[in-house]
Design a protein around this ligand. Structure first.
Ligand code: SF4
Length: 350
């Protein structure tokens, strides 16, 4: 197993900074992120963030207990009049079970709201429902994106043992959509031979649509040595030998290298994203991440090409134009992005 089968250990930690830039070398774009936690109890087998931080990333979670206060100070010192939306989170899930007791994400959101900063929540969790009212009162400036790879609950438990069930995610989506919050789904990572079938993708998107999601996005699995070690071993133990053979051929024979990753042939990635787009559009969903102040229901296909207008409130009142930033792919964690550009690596601060 890639985790120790015990309850996650949560270590409280005080940090000096929390508002960071991430930079995606592949896309030459970046954005702002706050990670309330480092380490993740969802324990996804394919997680890219592992080992970039520490080997027991799935068993030890550091909780940045003073993050809200530090963020408040950082925003007060913000030099520009413009600010891009903040992503919660890019390295780990902001709504892990211990958030219920610690409420760090909640307090960070309160700080962002008090300064008029737009934000995206990126989660695999239904725990976020406890903060429904908080987000709903800010619904014109926030977007909630659920990462959902499959509706096969057994497979989901095997791949993401600590994450919420698909049923729980759908129920949470429905609550948020009913409250007027813009919600969407990203199917990421799509795993060749396992979750890339039309039937699975249709089930994820149709379920999301039925529960209020207005947009969808997707990403195909990338393999790093340690990721394949865990995933390959899991698939073999599940008797998924055809998927193992397919992945080995696609990534190691036909695919190519991208930094520390192996990726499949472009033709495969394009075929899968076209399929997700086709399904999404047939269901009346947009393919892409919504951007734009006051226009959050108008997704663009590629967030990174969008011009949007976000600005920081409080103190001086300014308006400005910024290049839109959107979340990296669901499993394209901060560590993943940073690993392609060590200078952008964001380490937990002490
Ligand atoms: S993929 Fe995301 S949700 Fe899953 S363990 Fe890694 S950080 Fe957590």
């Amino acid at each position: 197993m890639w985790w120790n089968l015990r309850t996650v250990e949560v270590r409280k930690r005080r940090v000096k900074s929390v508002l960071h830039e991430y930079y995606d070398v592949e896309d030459s774009k970046g954005g702002l992120t706050v990670n309330p936690y480092v380490g993740c109890s969802h324990r996804c087998v394919y997680c890219y963030a592992t080992f970039e931080w520490w080997r027991d990333f799935h068993d030890v979670v550091e909780a940045k207990v003073n993050a809200p206060e530090v963020l408040s100070e950082e925003l007060a010192r913000w030099r520009g009049s413009r600010i891009e939306p903040v992503f919660l989170s890019t390295a780990t899930d902001p709504y892990q079970p211990h958030e219920g007791a610690l409420r760090i994400t909640r307090r960070i959101v309160e700080v962002l709201q008090s300064r008029g900063v737009p934000y995206y929540i990126y989660t695999k969790s239904a725990t976020i429902v406890r903060d429904l009212e908080l987000h709903a009162r800010y619904k014109d400036r926030c977007v909630v994106v659920w990462s959902l790879t499959t509706v096969d609950e057994g497979l989901k438990r095997a791949l993401e043992p600590g994450a919420s069930s698909a049923r729980g995610v759908f129920a949470a989506m429905r609550r948020f959509a009913s409250a007027g919050v813009t919600v969407g789904v990203t199917v990421d990572p799509i795993i060749p031979g396992l979750t890339d079938g039309r039937e699975n993708l249709e089930a994820v998107l149709a379920g999301s649509r039925a529960n209020g999601a207005s947009f969808a996005y997707s990403g195909v699995l990338r393999l790093r040595e340690d990721v394949w070690e865990r995933l390959g071993s899991l698939l073999r133990s599940m008797g998924k030998h055809e998927a193992v053979e397919l992945i080995e051929r696609m990534y190691f024979s036909e695919g190519r290298r991208l930094g520390p990753y192996r990726i499949p042939p472009r033709s495969y990635s394009e075929r899968v994203s076209s399929l997700v787009r086709e399904i999404a559009e047939s269901l009346g969903m947009r393919y892409g991440i919504p951007v734009g102040e006051g226009d959050l229901l108008s997704p663009v296909e590629r967030w990174r090409d969008a011009k949007i207008t976000w600005y920081l409130e409080g103190g001086e009142e300014h308006r400005g134009e910024a290049i839109g930033a959107g979340p990296p792919s669901a499993s394209s964690s901060l560590a993943d992005i940073a690993s392609r550009d060590p200078s952008s690596m964001l380490r937990p601060t002490s």
